[in-house]
Design a protein around this ligand. Structure first.
Ligand code: IVH
Length: 673
């Protein structure tokens, strides 16, 4: 049989013969086009004609061997849960060359490997002991992901079988869309290739998924006990996988140079990267270093910092947050960084301010980390750059001895500067109130109103919100009688809350909704938590030293205010609340138009099973469900969906994104229990 691309006339002729083609010939045709496509990367026939041949064969002989290679019966159903044989972890991150060198010295090894960190989606592909493709899954929650086999089989550069294999093998790597592919077809419509690749990988219809022409780079191989990363690379390559560029180095200094050289190459790559991965090269040393629950101890991700710009420092202002921490912010001459004008940049904390030794007019470098928040990274001194050097004329700026808001004295704990009287500091109280209202999902009172009320002593803390009179509120700016009445009636309507939500709203450091739930589960009520000692708190899996201290000290401080607040709300009893039911402690947000049931109904169903339905996507969220009445192109533009995707990248977020039908099977599986 010839290997030529079929002309349009030949395709038309083939289609006209279709009703009369024998099963044997049909099988041969499908096999030939399939093999050319998969094994030789040749497209001999249009997708439409191929699909018709395929479907005809399916109708005439569903048992045909070639169908088995691609069919659902073989690879499982899209979206099904796949338990990972080994957890899929994150990487520990470092910013900047010196942090990288320091990190590598701490790890300690004689050989290192250096590869780009591809900004795509992690994928695990398992092959059986004969080298036959078994299943492909997303990283999902690390312990288990989603079956995406049918779509992965449509990624050309992923081998469908491995040769010379004697044991089961798992290949891990990154699925992505090349920049050229993105720019050629999608850059006008979609924000970035990663979001699009994610949607395409989870697409229900494999044929549609194929059109996106996703790519895959392998970076790990599990199963055979190999000696080094280089051996893994060789084996992966011999199987036919594509690999990202790969360098080796001996010492931390050499690694840093190789990383910086690689960073310069970055612009020439046809894919997006967000850093460089450095791993210990020797597998035995990797095994002895081991892993935490989060990340392997033998690897680091050096993250790119985004564009940098140089400007001059005007002054440093200090702002007081809701925890009483006084944070320095650099006020700089406006400068463009990563496409936006920046006039204020974070200095992180007091320790950073001290270390930088700033003076007015200093030449400083501003970087938008991860492309978003501007940070003041360093002061240019004579050694680093003569032309841009800071003239050493002005005296060094000093940190405040008194709280810039309330004038109380300050004290330093570790790298942080604190106001010593947070209970009386208006900035702290305003911050606490704003946070409280947000977590309690009480809307309407903005920062301006809160500050006015505080100024006029109409409120003094969070609990005093519940005594507000509408007439007091409507004296404030941007506030009419009706709005004031509405806000006050909502505040005072004795709404029902799970206790964990109220505790989280009190804003103790490190005590978010998740930790608050753990506390309520273990100690039942506020009295129980208040009585608990440090050891008992530390027994809770998921709470460490720092948070335990914050709980002990924090509860001491908030106990009166919390008791007062509890008089004005109804605490849902554990049997009514999220501590019960099969979806206990889970939270769901819905986006997009739903087709199987309406959104209100879906929310009601999950609440009945003990789950919560907050209004927005945050890092504590468990599930984002997208409706399937909309096209996935539309969904992937939804703000909630995009935020959820972004959050999935972060280490402490276990958010799962499910389609409506996956959600339905999740619900059904719970109702059967
Ligand atoms: S090594 C523990 N190499 O980065 C995982 N990961 O934060 C060890 N990633 O989701 C992975 N490019 O999918 C490694 N060249 C590369 C990578 C890479 C991208 C992703 C990986 C994971 C994330 C870890």
């Amino acid at each position: 049989m010839s290997d030529d691309v079929l002309t349009m006339a030949q395709e038309a002729e083939l289609l006209s013969r279709l009703p009369n083609i024998t099963v044997v010939e049909l099988e041969k045709l499908v096999e030939r086009f399939h093999n050319a496509y998969w094994n030789e990367s040749k497209t001999l026939i249009s997708d439409i004609t191929y699909d018709q041949l395929f479907e005809r064969l399916q109708a005439l002989n569903p048992q045909a061997a070639i169908l088995g290679v691609l069919g659902e019966a073989y690879v499982g159903q899209a979206g099904d849960r796949v338990d990972h044989a080994y957890p899929m972890l994150s990487l520990d991150k470092v910013y900047g060359a010196s942090a990288l060198e320091e990190g590598l010295i701490k790890i300690g090894a004689k050989d290192w490997t250096i590869t780009p960190k591809i900004d795509g989606l992690a994928l695990s592909i398992r092959y059986d002991a004969q080298g036959k493709f078994k299943v492909a899954a997303t990283r999902g929650r690390g312990t288990h992901g989603e079956n995406v086999s049918a779509n992965v089989l449509n990624i050309r550069t992923i081998p469908k079988s491995l040769e010379n294999v004697v044991e089961p093998i798992e290949v891990r790597g990154e699925v992505f869309m090349t920049l050229s592919r993105f720019e050629e077809g999608y850059s006008k419509e979609f924000q970035n290739p990663r979001n699009l690749a994610s949607g395409a990988l989870k697409q229900k219809d494999p044929k549609r998924s194929r059109k996106y022409e996703l790519s895959f780079f392998a970076y790990d191989l599990l199963g055979p006990m190999l000696k080094s990363e280089a051996e893994k690379q060789d084996l992966l390559q011999s199987f036919g996988f594509q690999l990202p560029p790969f360098h080796e180095a001996k010492t931390p200094k050499e690694v840093v140079n190789a990383v910086l050289a690689m960073e310069r190459e970055r612009a020439s790559w046809d894919y997006e990267t967000d850093g460089i991965v450095v791993k210990v090269a020797d597998c035995e040393r990797q095994r002895s270093l081991g892993e935490t629950a989060h990340h392997p101890r033998y690897a680091l991700a050096y993250k790119f910092q985004g564009e940098a710009a140089i400007t001059s420092l005007k002054s440093v202002s200090w702002s007081v947050g809701r925890t009483g921490v006084i944070t320095p912010v650099a006020e700089v001459e406006p400068v463009f960084v990563s496409g936006a004008s920046v006039s204020r940049a974070s200095l992180h904390h007091w320790g950073m301010f001290q270390a930088l030794q700033l003076s007015e007019g200093a030449r400083v470098e501003i970087v938008r980390r991860g492309g978003v928040i501007p940070h003041l990274e360093r002061v240019l001194n004579e050694a680093s750059n003569k032309a841009e050097a800071t003239p050493q004329t002005k005296p060094l700026l000093q940190s405040p001895e008194r709280c810039p808001c309330c004038g109380s004295s300050t004290r330093v704990v570790n790298d942080f500067l604190y106001c010593v009287a947070p209970n009386q500091c208006p900035d702290v109280i305003a911050g606490q109130i704003q946070y409280f209202l947000k977590v309690m999902e009480l809307q309407g009172l903005g920062e301006v109103h809160i500050r006015t009320l505080l100024k006029h002593n109409l409120i003094t803390n969070r609990s005093s919100l519940f005594h507000l009179d509408p007439s007091e509120l409507c004296d404030g700016p941007r506030m009419g009688e009706k709005l004031a009445a509405k806000i006050v009636s909502e505040l005072q309507s004795r709404r029902a809350y799970p206790l964990a939500q109220v505790i989280a709203a009190m804003g103790l450091e490190g005590v978010g909704l998740q930790t608050a739930r753990l506390l309520v589960q273990r100690f039942a009520d506020v009295e129980g938590i208040y009585q608990a000692n440090r050891e008992q708190i530390l027994e809770i899996h998921g709470i460490g030293d720092i948070v335990a201290d914050s709980i002990i000290q924090g509860f001491e401080m908030i106990s009166d205010e919390l008791s007062e607040i509890l008089k004005y709300i109804i605490v849902t009893s554990p049997s009514m609340s999220s501590n019960d039911g099969p979806l206990a402690n889970k939270s769901f947000v819905f986006t997009g138009k739903m087709s199987l049931m309406d959104r209100k109904h879906a929310q009601k169903r999950v609440r009945e099973q003990g789950a919560q339905t907050p209004s927005s996507v945050t890092k504590d969220l468990d599930y984002l469900i997208y409706g399937e009445a909309d096209t996935f192109e539309k969904i992937s533009k939804s703000t909630k969906y995009r935020k959820a995707l972004k959050l999935q990248e972060s280490d402490d977020c276990a958010l799962a994104i499910l389609s409506e039908s996956e959600f339905k099977s999740l619900l059904d599986s719970f109702s059967e229990r």
